[in-house]
Each structure stands twice: as C-alpha cells, then as structure tokens.
Design a protein around this ligand. Structure first.
Ligand code: SF4
Length: 144
C-alpha cells in the first residue's frame, strides 16, 4: 500500500511543503520541493532523521556559571532526550578552550563529540586579566 509522509523543508526560508510517497520502507517519490535539497531532506527525514544540539553545561571555577556547548554532528532524533540528559549531567572545570572536546564519541557515535563553543579562563586568571585591562585603561586616562 502506498502511503504519504508530509514534511516542511528547513533548507531555506521558503519552507517548501514536501510529500514523500513510500511503500513500506521503499521511497517512491518526493514532490513539492523547489530544489534538490528538499528531496534530500525528505529522504533523510524518512530513513534516518537527525538533529543538531546546542546547549549549555555547568562550569565551575569560571566567572560565568554556564558554558555553551554543541554536539559536533547531528544525532538520531530518537536519541535527543538521552543526549540532553547526558549533556545536562556534564560538569566542567575551568579553564576551557573553544573547540575542546568535553565528551568523545558521544552516545557511542564515532567522531561525534560534545565540544565547548567558547573559551573560559579560571576565575583567578580572568580577574587578573580584568584588573590589567582596567589598569591599562586608567593609565591611558580612559574611563573604566
Ligand atoms: S526545497 Fe529548496 S527552495 Fe524549498 S525550502 Fe527546501 S531548500 Fe528551500
């Protein structure tokens, strides 16, 4: 029996309404797409739907309490909740460098890691850098 799945393409702001015709696991046709990216997206959504994750984790020893992180590759849609739970459990210590791997081969997916999206210094180093900057500005006669 032929069935139809409907998707909205997220490839660009146009948001084409896509229709994917399939018979069990076999894709017959994708329609409604203005370009090839839409057909590719519908096929991907049907066979292996994946999502990207960007969030924050707790960090200690830094001036801020949350560190922005992202998963370096898209993960399977069914694993989103588990992924969010595991990332939420992560506790990071400063200093951290942008791009630093915090969790390697996340959820057992080779080459997909949780990485830091910004650098954060240890609090003492950050305070020293801040004081030095203020000192330089006041020496130069600039307001703080
Ligand atoms: S099918 Fe092409 S034109 Fe339509 S939303 Fe997707 S990327 Fe944009």
């Amino acid at each position: 029996m032929i069935e139809i799945k409907k998707y909205i393409c997220i490839g660009c702001p146009v948001g084409c309404p896509l229709q994917l015709e399939h018979e069990k696991d076999r894709i017959r046709e994708v329609t409604g797409n203005e370009c090839n990216r839409g057909a590719k997206y519908a096929r991907q959504e049907f066979t292996d739907p994946r999502r990207s994750i960007s969030t924050t984790v707790q960090i200690s020893g830094a001036l801020r309490q949350r560190l922005p992180v992202k998963v370096s590759g898209a993960i399977h849609k069914d694993q989103i909740l588990e992924a969010a739970r595991k990332i939420h459990e992560l506790k990071v210590m400063a200093p951290v460098e942008i791009g630093q791997v915090l969790f390697k081969d996340f959820l057992g997916e080779k080459g997909i890691d949780v990485v830091a999206c910004r650098s954060m210094k240890r609090i003492a180093e950050a305070m020293t850098a801040c004081r030095t900057k203020k000192h330089r500005r006041s020496k130069a006669g600039k307001p703080e």
